[in-house]
Design a protein around this ligand. Sequence first.
Ligand SMILES: [Zn+2]
Length: 118
Amino acid sequence: MMDILGKPATMAMVSTSNTALPFKRKRSRCLIDCVGNATGDLLPFKDVTKSKVISCAMEWAELNGNEGELAGEIIGKDGEVLPDVKFQEHGYHRHCYNRFTDVSKIARARTKKQNTGK
Ligand SMILES: [Zn+2]
């Protein structure tokens, strides 16, 4: 079916994700992109998610691996958030957040480090 302007009827059927953000400001990147191939919307940080990421970054910073490197880009050696890390300008994938803040994963990495020195 065509409308009077001649556009295909399917144009009106473009669905919007029901997980769409309430606002559309484009976020430049995922601050904790530890999954690699994560997809989906970048979600904005809120106070609770931000403080959770910071506390987990402090744990990861002492560990090795991808998450440890990411943590080193978020907080400095003194445990303070680096001045060029702007939580309000970036977002995160839910998948990345779940992984980065997985306390059992942190615990396993810590055990591995204690056992192997790596
Ligand atoms: Zn990500």
